[in-house]
Every structure is written in structure tokens, then in C-alpha cells.
Design a protein around this ligand. Structure first.
Ligand code: GDP
Length: 206
């Protein structure tokens, strides 16, 4: 049984409390041992994952990377009723074979085995195409039939028309209707991400 029974958890409710940093873990054994549901955040290095977390928090709680791919911890950020779990970025060319293997072991294991996991947010730069890497990540999750959504970042780099065209293309490439668009420059999309996650994946849990 790879999913927790969330029935005894406090009833989920929207809270004015914002996202805040909770803890880090080097592996699955170091993850919090409780029944709080978790949403995984996975993305290529430089996709804008830390910026997304800061946008949701409306504060600088995640470090925006100057050295992409450097952090290799699972970072836990918490709302009152659920958590976001920031996975290390992938696809960093300078990473050695050993580091790549470590990354795969940690992320694959978290996605395949973490009982608290209820959904995955795949973070990508809206200007990039879907690749084999994204398919690989979803494959790790697929035996559990957990839902996923795509967050397409950096919408401000495109005109509105191009943004809409890219969104449609990513929906097609990912075979996922759930593509949400954000911009840190314009501070747009964050409320939509929060609403989507809460309403689709959290509200009805137990
Ligand atoms: P991470 O490696 O996925 O955590 O990516 P970061 O959050 O560190 O972002 C990588 C770079 O993209 C940084 O220079 C950010 O300032 C920039 N960035 C992230 N999101 C946006 C966005 O929505 N708009 C713009 N213009 N830049 C962004």
C-alpha cells in the first residue's frame, strides 16, 4: 500500500497562512514521518522552480540558483494542510555520472515510494519543448496512478499570443490538459497554481 490513509488528518481548509520552509532531507529516510499530504515539484535546472516557490510564498524562502543543479536535497515547504517538496533540478550537463545516479536514485525513490505523495508538479520554462526526461519522470510515478500538472514558467518572455500557443503545444506534447502558466516578473499565475492544487488534489482527501 503506497498511499497513506489521510482520514485522520485535520480537515483541509483554505488558510490565509502562507507557504514557509519546513526542513530538508538527503533521502527518503530523512523525510518527515507524519500524514501530511505532499506535492512534488520536479523540473530541469533553471526552469524556475525556486522562483515559483518564492512566488507562492510571496517571500524569498527558496534560493534562486546561481549554480544550477547544486542543491541535491529534498526541501520541504509547508502550508497548514499540505506540503510542497522541492526535488533537485535535473538535466544539468556538468553533473558527473555518480551525481546523476544519486539524483536518479533519490527522485525515483521518492516518487515511487513516498506514501505522503498525492500529486506532481512538473516545472518547465514555457519556451522549452517536452522531452524524454519529462516522460522518464512521469514513468516513475505512473505505477501509482497519481495525478500531475505542468507549470510553464517565464510567460513574461513571450507575447500573449505566443504564450497561448506554447501553452497549447505543451498540453499536446505532455498529453496533459493541466498546464498552468506563471510569470515572476508580472507576478501572475501563482493564485491559479494554489487553487488548482488545493481544489484538485487536497480538498477531497479524507
Ligand atoms: P530553478 O533552478 O528551477 O530553481 O530556477 P530558478 O528559480 O533559480 O530560476 C532560474 C532563472 O530564471 C533565474 O535567473 C530566475 O530569475 C529566472 N526566472 C524564473 N522564473 C522566471 C519568470 O517567471 N520570469 C522571468 N523573466 N525569469 C524567471
Amino acid at each position: 500500500m503506497l498511499r497513506l490513509n489521510f482520514v485522520n488528518r485535520p480537515k483541509a481548509s483554505r488558510s490565509p497562512q502562507r507557504l514557509s520552509f519546513l526542513t530538508s532531507a538527503a533521502d527518503l529516510n530523512g523525510c518527515p514521518k507524519d500524514r501530511i499530504p505532499e506535492i512534488a515539484l520536479v523540473g530541469r535546472s533553471n526552469a524556475g522552480k525556486s522562483t515559483l516557490i518564492n512566488g507562492l510564498a510571496q517571500a524569498r524562502i527558496a534560493q534562486v540558483s546561481s549554480t544550477p543543479g547544486k542543491t541535491r536535497l529534498l526541501n520541504f515547504y509547508t502550508y497548514p494542510t499540505y506540503r510542497l517538496v522541492d526535488m533537485p533540478g535535473y538535466g544539468f550537463a556538468k553533473r558527473s555520472g555518480v551525481e546523476q545516479a544519486d539524483w536518479t536514485a533519490m527522485v525515483e525513490r521518492y516518487l515511487a515510494e513516498r506514501e505522503n505523495l498525492v500529486g506532481l508538479l512538473l516545472i518547465m520554462d514555457i519556451r522549452r519543448d517536452w522531452t524524454e526526461d519529462e516522460d522518464t519522470i512521469l514513468r516513475w510515478l505512473s505505477p501509482r496512478e497519481l495525478p500531475s500538472a505542468v507549470i510553464a514558467t517565464k510567460a513574461d518572455k513571450l507575447t500573449r499570443n505566443d504564450m497561448l500557443n506554447r501553452k497549447r503545444l505543451i498540453q499536446k506534447q505532455s498529453s496533459n490538459e493541466a498546464v498552468l502558466v506563471t510569470s515572476s516578473l508580472n507576478k501572475t499565475g501563482y493564485q491559479e497554481v494554489e487553487d488548482f492544487v488545493f481544489q484538485s488534489w487536497i480538498e477531497d482527501l479524507g
